[in-house]
Design a protein around this ligand. Sequence first.
Ligand code: MGP
Length: 369
Amino acid sequence: MEPVPAPGLATAADLDPADGRVHTIAGGAMLTTVFLEDAGRSGAGRGRAAAAAAAASPSTSSSDGEWSDADADEAAALRAAGFPTSFAGSGLHPPRRPRPRREGTGMLERFPDGATGVRTVFGGGEGGGGEGEGERPSPSSSSPPSHAPPRGPARKYYAHRYSLWSNYDAGVLMDGVGWFSATPEALARHHAARTPSPSLVLDAFAGCGGNAVRFADREGVAVVAVEMHRGRAAATVANAALAGPAAAAALDAVAADFFTVAPRMRADAVFLSPPWGGPAYARSAKPFALEPDLGGLGAGLASLVSAAAAAHAPGAQLRVAAFLPRHARLDQAIAAAPAGARVEVERAVVGGRLKGVTVYYGTWARAAG
Ligand code: MGP
């Protein structure tokens, strides 16, 4: 392990992403790197060659953002199979698993009969077409989640759809915000693999489920996906169903504001992948500030981590992780740690590109040495 002098290191991007060594940085935190293969290139689901062939074909969907005959056929097939293809204003009809309703005060109390015992609740979040709080408007984020190629700035992410969802063609539902904030599948699976089992994980900014579905796919892990946009919460449930019955059974979604529901949670681990302010987050060469307002969220990382700490089950060890921009201010990420908590900053290199950093707090962070 090689110590990196503090406070000189402002961002993870300051170090060559190819440098996979473990460093000690400010405050005794560890800086590690994970190298992952891009799910869109690894042959999982539909491979890159097939994607390229599809993009080359004028009759199939591509990153040009237009609907094609193939998309329309696919949407019709999905509807026929009972899957939602959008959650437009008039009705929210996510596929619901039959699950007994129980009386109780808190919708997120852990049930005595096991880690998966959390009710599916669609709360009073925003409607299918609205912007969530803290999300800067973008032309493509106003449409309800659907399987259609996005328009506007999210088109760039559609080009990477198999990296985000190797099973994209099964009918994955996304919207503009979902597109730009989805964690690459390989990385989301890595986050899940680092999660203890059994455990109840709270995904505080679930979007369309890029992380939540991978957590739910891990054996022994149950997930509560919190997303204040109702349409995205429903898309998360639908996308979990596409991952298989086990993932579907292990995930529940709540359309609510994380800060409001956090004190009622009883989680073993809390995952934070907040909005970074839209696709323009990386335009400035300046390190990305996490305080006092992370990407227009109206709160900084320290407040998020403290809400996440309050969302733990009584007596549970602190386990919080935050996925942040690759040029995030590491000094602020470290300062956000609750007193005495261990910190690990993990750079995520996917397909050879530094995609972001995951900051793990408490017992989710690896111990030095
Ligand atoms: P990117 O930097 O916008 O794209 O997003 P790319 O293609 O890596 O970089 P570019 O240099 O070619 O422009 C990289 C990854 O960061 C995305 O796949 C998401 O996982 C994540 N990400 C991006 N944004 C804007 C957000 C966000 O607002 N919130 C969260 N949680 N993740 C984001």
